[in-house]
Design a protein. Sequence first.
Length: 60
Amino acid sequence: MAPISEEIAGAFVNSQNEMASHYDAGQQSFTTEDILWAVGIWSVILTLSPVIVFYMLMVA
């Protein structure tokens, strides 16, 4: 079994190669994964923003 760092490095190189081939194909459309990732990020931002604003008001 390979050390964890080698597995991570291998996965990283793999994803880099996949990204390169994805963009070399000239395919600029959004995939389902891209949309889910964006929705996830925005849901975290929109969920935390009222908490951060409230905290700033309480501290200020």
